[in-house]
Structures are given as C-alpha cells and as structure tokens.
Design a protein around this ligand. Sequence first.
Ligand SMILES: Nc1ncnc2c1ncn2[C@@H]1O[C@H](COP(=O)(O)OP(=O)(O)O)[C@@H](O)[C@H]1O
Ligand SMILES: [Mg+2]
Length: 287
Amino acid sequence: MKKIKSGIYGLNPLLDGGINENSTTVVIGCSGAGKTTFATQFIRRGLELGQEAIFVSLDENKEQIIREAVEMGWPDILRYLEEEQLVFIDASGREFSTFIRKELPSFVEDWKGSNARIVVDPLTPVMWSTKDHYEQRDLISFLLKQTRKVGTVLCTLEEHGTASDLSGSETIIPMYLADCVMHLRYRAMEGGAYRMLKIVKARSTRHSELSHPYRIIKGLGLIVQHGEYRVDDSRTIPMELESILKSSKLPASVATHMAKTLGELTDGDFEDLPAEELVKYILEEYL
Ligand SMILES: Nc1ncnc2c1ncn2[C@@H]1O[C@H](COP(=O)(O)OP(=O)(O)O)[C@@H](O)[C@H]1O
Ligand SMILES: [Mg+2]
C-alpha cells in the first residue's frame, strides 16, 4: 500500500507512515474541533508536493474558507488557487443529490486518474438532504466511489450533541463506508480546550489505537502528540519458532505461510502475547 504524507504534524507514524494513496478518509468532530483546518492542511501538503487539489465545500462558501485559511497563516493558498493547482467547488446551498449524481460525475470524468487530493467539507449536508437511510448510504457511497477515481479522498463530518463519542446516528454510514476514520474529540473548557484524536479504523494499516492529544497552532495547524505510542519495529521473536513451524507436521503450504508471517511480525504486533504461545495455538489448530 503506497503511503502519502497527511500534512498533519505527528500523525503519519500513528498511521504506519501516512494515509493510503487512493483511499477514503472521514474525519469526524464537533464544531470547532478542527476539521476544516485538518482538511486544508491535508490539501496544502499535496500542493507542496506538486499534486493537484480539489476542495469541495458543501457548507461554507469559497470566500469564507479561503479567509479562514489565510487567517490560519496559510496565505499561499491564494497563489495555488490563482495557478489553478487548487480548484475550489462551492456546492454550499445546492441540491446535493443532484450535485452528487449529475454534476460530480462529469467533473470526475475530467479529473480521473490525476492523483489529486480531494476534500469534501463537510459531508453532513448530504446526510441531512434525505431522511431515508438507504438513500443516504447510496449517496455517500456514490460520492466516495466517484471522488476516489480522482485520487486520495478526505471528507469531514459534523458530530452533534455534547457526548462527542461517535454515538450520533449521522456518523454510522460514513464510518462504515470509509477506509479510514479519525475522531477529533473536542470540548471547550475553562482554562483551555480538551482535544483528543483517535484513529477509529484504518484499513490495511497497522495504526495506533490510543487517544492522542492534539493542538492547533496558527501557521502550522493540527499537531498530534504521540504520548505513550511507540512505533515498534524491533523483533525479538526467536528464530527457532520459525524452524519449529517449518519442521512440524503442518501441511506444507500452511507451514510456509506461517513461517513467512512470523518472519514479518514485530514485537509491536505481539504486545503481551508470547511468541511461543502463538505457535502453540497454531499447531493445535492444525495437528
Ligand atoms: N488563526 C487561528 N489561530 C489559531 N487557532 C485557530 C485559528 N483559527 C482557528 N483556530 C482554531 O481552530 C478551531 C476551528 O477549527 P475549524 O477547522 O474551523 O473547526 P471545524 O471545521 O471542526 O468546525 C478553533 O476552535 C480554533 O481553536
Ligand atoms: Mg469546518
């Protein structure tokens, strides 16, 4: 799986190197959590690398988003827009099912295969455009399928209510459909905000399962702290275990597969499971 740099400081090591190219990511959080900032940062990183970028806004208008980006300390956005390396689609106030089913496909046809970064901020109005869950699912699924033809997709999603625990019904369908889901948990508090990022799922990625404090700093954007998380690629699995598997009476194809699998694991995969114990379970299953 090819990784691309997310642009979010501190995040890539928590995602085994970055976001999978050509995947779909949903960033969920309540208002003020930093979703638009996250999306802009992701896009800016691509622009820096020479990739093209498309910002689809379904909520705020173009001027608002650009003004916020400039205020955040990213005036270079203006130059990218002028040079058309960054394209802005303002779909705020539109009829979303028409926009997604009719206008989006012809746009995608023009951009197909351009390996751009594409942001949809936020998906929420699509969820609100119909009460029918099947229609919601169809629309979101169609939108993700279309946009990923263009490149790597990042959508944001508003979380409502005070719980900030992903229990809202509006998050279920996008969470289910996306390849990668990140939750920005945010609460304004006296004496400073509480902000925690958690990777809820990331397909085909070994990722952190912890909650990570993050902050937002002008000119930088989101910065995610690693905390207790250690990127562990050390390896202390005894070689004998691989030879035990190979010399056991396991079916040859299983033995080959297991030896290869064990050879690629690191201590981080095992955590507190002793390697000997794992081998015992494998042998028990087949012998
Ligand atoms: N110029 C800025 N300098 C520092 N922090 C900022 C700036 N602008 C916004 N922020 C921080 O970013 C947060 C809003 O981020 P935003 O991405 O608009 O959130 P969301 O899209 O989730 O509603 C604010 O709550 C504030 O803490
Ligand atoms: Mg926003």
